[in-house]
Design a protein around this ligand. Structure first.
Ligand SMILES: *Cc1c(COP(=O)(O)O)cnc(C)c1O
Ligand code: SF4
Length: 341
């Protein structure tokens, strides 16, 4: 592994707690925390801790489905999820530098034998001309070596209809030293290539993370961020604002804010849908529009992502709309061309 990790026993020693009750949790849902990420914990149960240290609450939630998004059904060949017409997710690794307790792929990350060979998936992509955008995901694709990733990217680039490649990786957050100049030079051979990362809390916006983002941006890789809305971690307005504006400072454009998926073992992180809608709605006008992500629900049953928008428009006349401003004022907006509609 390209980074050091901290065992549950070491963590227990460092923070003076008994790890015995947490062992069954780690047996069911894998445990790993990189030394770097563990170093961001300032106190037990802080926002970093909650994201990575196993909790007994994971065992309490047995009602929800391990795979609510029906990814297995949408998998035409092992290692590929094809839900939308023009893009697909290629699962290239089932390991991560740190296992997030809220992971939507809890059912497969870190499990032995969970990573299939990619040949069938690459053949499927080559035989499906409408696929123009391929998203490398996992687990974390950056768990592969530079050479392994280079091979996959070369294979994709040999397919003429693959226009855009995206990589989803949490390494800039959990193991930023993985982002080396050599790695970035390799990525730059495969443009247009985008990287979406996964910062959830301002405590993660360190100088090491900033350096990783700067390296990626310097070779022309546009950076996006997908945040999961997590109860007790980032579900209050000051934290969310600090995170989103801090990301722009790191040259990272907030892309999605995800409502927690209905995945088994994660119920304790879920916030009411209306809460997220208010939180995101209240940001408009307050912080840069560049910093505001789309708030989305990924619908159960593989029905896809749907944006959740603030209720800001009502039709009140033939050509008149009532609009809520960001400061809470109600104004009438005249839309002359709607008369004919
Ligand atoms: C999220 C997702 C995508 C990418 O969706 P975008 O809205 O284009 O970012 C593609 N396939 C699957 C299965 C997804 O879950
Ligand atoms: S890095 Fe991503 S795939 Fe890995 S455990 Fe965290 S959320 Fe899941």
């Amino acid at each position: 592994m390209p980074f050091q990790t901290v065992s549950l026993a070491e963590l227990a020693h460092r923070f003076k707690f008994d790890e015995t009750p947490l062992k069954p949790v780690a047996d069911l849902y894998p445990y790993r925390i990189s030394s770097y990420y563990a170093g961001l914990i300032t106190a037990p149960h802080d926002p970093i801790w909650q994201q990575c240290v196993p909790s007994l609450l994971e065992l309490v939630d047995t009602e929800q489905h391990p795979d609510p998004l029906d990814e297995e059904r949408l998998s035409p060949v092992p290692g590929l999820i094809h839900r939308y017409p023009d893009r697909a997710v290629l699962l290239v690794s089932n390991r991560c530098a740190t296992y997030c307790r809220f992971c939507m792929r809890k059912r497969r990350v870190g499990c032995a034998g969970g990573q299939p060979a990619l040949s069938a998936a690459l053949e499927y992509i080559a035989a499906t001309p409408q696929l123009r955008d391929i998203i490398l995901s996992g687990g974390d694709p950056l768990m592969l070596s530079d050479d392994e990733l280079h091979e996959i990217l070369l294979a994709l680039r040999r397919i003429p209809h693959v226009e855009v490649i995206r990589i989803g990786s949490r390494m800039p957050v959990t193991a930023p030293a993985r982002i080396t100049p050599a790695f970035c030079r390799m990525l730059a051979e495969h443009h247009p290539l985008y990287l979406n990362t996964h910062f959830n809390h301002p405590q993660e916006l360190t100088s090491e993370a900033a350096q990783a983002c700067r390296l990626l941006a310097s070779v022309g890789v546009p950076l996006g961020n997908q945040t999961v809305l997590l109860k007790g971690v980032n579900d209050d307005s000051p934290t969310m604002q600090a995170l989103l504006t801090g990301l722009l400072r790191l040259q990272v454009r907030p892309y999605y804010l995800h409502q927690m998926d209905l995945v088994r073992g994660t119920a304790h992180f879920r916030t009411p849908l209306e809460h997220g809608r208010q939180l995101i709605g209240a940001l408009r006008g307050k912080i840069s529009g560049m910093a505001i992500p789309h708030f989305v629900i990924d619908l159960p049953g593989g029905k896809g992502k749907v944006p959740v928008l603030p209720d800001s428009l009502t039709r009140v006349g033939e050509a008149v709309w009532q609009v809520q401003t960001s400061s809470g004022e109600t104004i009438n907006y005249f839309d002359p061309v709607s008369v004919a509609q």
